[in-house]
Design a protein around this ligand. Structure first.
Ligand code: HEC
Length: 499
């Protein structure tokens, strides 16, 4: 016990003995490092936080938002998983800000004054190897439904290249909801563009299926370079297609999106892909949230079929998303968090990069829990009064998925992983069909999934036939029997579902 209190005394000592925090010595480094990149002219934040007067003026508010961990924006729960790009403050930094405020915001000794931080102008990742833009602006009307529009951007590559970063800048950030990138080497996208008089061409699912998925951008994502020497192949002559999801916002906007592309000097160090649980943003998960429900929960489990290493995780839902949780249970029974988010915020979507790659041996169980709050008291509620919400592509529909980015040793492992994802989706389709959930199956078809029968109705009949023991429900074995038959037809899951 004595030993213990001595330790506490040592811990307390520096705080007790040191004088009150001062701006130039103690506070400016925290602000410059963690706040000024956004809180400066021309950036997303509504005011600058760089010099003494700017920070002093808002000191009280700063203490509040840092104390509640609202700022800097970082929505994974604090202290659960270590991420390399974690931008949250330490408890010590939060305490220092509070103490400085309580001491009356002293400016302190001017000899400690440091120059204002310098930020690269323009692109966050520095100057790119290739800068491209939409060929003409797209007009987003003031009112109406959300728009999914695809734009073809020729890259004019004279030889095959390996891309290791794409940075995106919306021309009208007010109305751009998210963007997906694809590559086309067939000329199909150019043809579709020509057939459509307005800039680009419309459609969600057909694009998702046909072209090679390259990644995407969501509101709030920090730009990053692929780690560990990973890269994506961009063949000579390939066109970049960007699928932009626009949400009209009450006045007309013109969008001219720009992209900065960085090339690696070598091919990818390893095969890699994405592992979304559930796949295709949850299109087959049967999301159907009753009006007013405070917490609607969906759970999914995916068993990893081959050894792999996860290097980042990302979650996606719309406004009503609440909890986003992913754990790995290893074959030896050990369990580890991969993502824990208790308060999903649509405005801040992030690629959470693991500090070290997480090895997930074959047989690891990935459990995902996603929940939504469709009550009137949810501040992000879009319907007043609340109404039932299902899966759908509009931003006031819902989606829900958590996606790992994973590295493998061989192409065969990657193929095996993709095969398992197809079986997983086929099993979801079988369950939906057995429950008579025709709306979900119709959505899946609209999303481009090639459920083989010409109508979703036929699948319903097929699914009923899987109840071999006729006990009125489908056992795991019965689901799997159906999924095995259906899986080869899930080709359409292509792009977003699996790379
Ligand atoms: C990644 C960009 C980013 C970073 C980093 C960031 N902010 Fe912000 N901040 C914003 C944006 C954008 C807003 C506007 C409100 C919103 O969209 O959430 C904001 C709003 C605020 C507000 C007003 C909150 C309100 O309720 O109106 C305060 C105060 C604030 N930030 C303080 C800070 C402090 C202090 C730091 C660093 C410790 C910081 N921010 C880091 C982007 C950022």
């Amino acid at each position: 016990m004595k030993h213990f209190s001595a330790k506490i005394f040592l811990l307390l000592q520096p705080i007790v003995l040191s004088a009150a925090p001062e701006f130039h010595r103690d506070i400016a480094p925290i602000i410059h490092e963690n706040c000024s990149s956004c809180h400066r002219p021309g950036q997303a934040a509504p005011f600058s936080l760089i010099d003494y007067n700017q920070v002093k003026k808002r000191a009280k508010q700063i203490v509040e938002v840092t104390g509640e961990r609202i700022m800097p924006p970082w929505h994974a729960d604090h202290g659960v998983v270590e991420y390399a790009n974690d931008r949250s403050l330490s408890s010590n930094q939060i305490d220092l800000l509070r103490k400085w405020f309580e001491a009356g915001t002293p400016e302190g000794d001017l000899t400690h004054k440091v120059p204002a931080p310098v930020f690269p102008d323009g692109w966050e990742l520095g100057s790119p190897d290739l800068e491209v833009a939409m060929s003409e602006p797209f007009v987003v009307p003031a009112q109406g439904k959300d728009i999914y529009r695809n734009f073809v951007i020729p890259l004019d590559l004279q030889e095959d290249q390996w891309i290791n970063a794409i940075e995106y800048k919306p021309g009208a950030p007010q109305v751009v909801h998210h963007v997906l990138y694809f590559l086309d080497t067939s000329g199909t996208a150019r043809k579709k563009d020509l057939e459509d008089a307005a800039p680009g061409f419309s459609g969600f699912g057909s694009v998702v299926n046909q072209f090679r998925y390259l990644g995407g951008w969501d509101l709030g994502t920090q730009a990053s370079v692929l780690p560990y020497g990973l890269a994506l192949k961009a063949p000579k002559g390939a066109d970049l297609i960007i699928q932009v999801h626009y949400s009209p916002k009450g006045r007309e906007y013109q969008d001219l999106s720009k992209l900065a592309i960085h090339f690696a000097d070598k091919p990818t160090s390893r095969p890699w892909t994405i592992l979304p649980v559930p796949p295709m943003f949850g299109i087959l998960d049967g999301i159907d949230i009753p009006a007013g429900e405070k917490e609607y929960v969906k759970k999914n489990t995916f068993i990893v079929p081959v050894d792999l290493e996860a290097f980042r995780v990302n979650a996606h839902a719309h406004y009503l998303g609440k909890r986003m949780e992913m754990t790995a249970t290893f074959p030896d029974g050990r369990k580890e968090w991969l993502l824990k988010m208790s308060d999903w915020n649509f405005a801040w979507q992030e690629d959470y990069q693991f500090k070290k790659p997480v090895h997930l041996p074959a047989g690891t169980k990935i459990d995902v829990l996603i929940s939504w709050d469709n009550s009137a008291t949810n501040p992000h509620q879009t319907n007043h009064p609340p109404k039932p919400v299902r899966w759908g592509p509009q931003s006031n529909d819902e989606m829900g998925t958590i996606t790992l980015s994973v590295m493998l040793d061989t192409q065969e492992q990657k193929d095996a992983l993709h095969q398992s994802v197809k079986v997983f989706m086929a099993a979801q389709a079988v369950r939906r069909a057995f429950n008579g959930d025709i709306t979900t199956l119709q959505h899946a078809r609209a999303g481009g999934i090639q459920i083989p029968d010409s109508t979703a109705q036929k699948l319903l009949v097929l699914a009923k036939g899987l109840d071999f023991d006729q006990d009125g429900k489908l056992s795991e074995i019965e689901v799997n029997a159906g999924a095995a038959t259906l899986a080869p037809h899930m080709n359409g899951v292509g792009a977003i579902g699996i790379d």
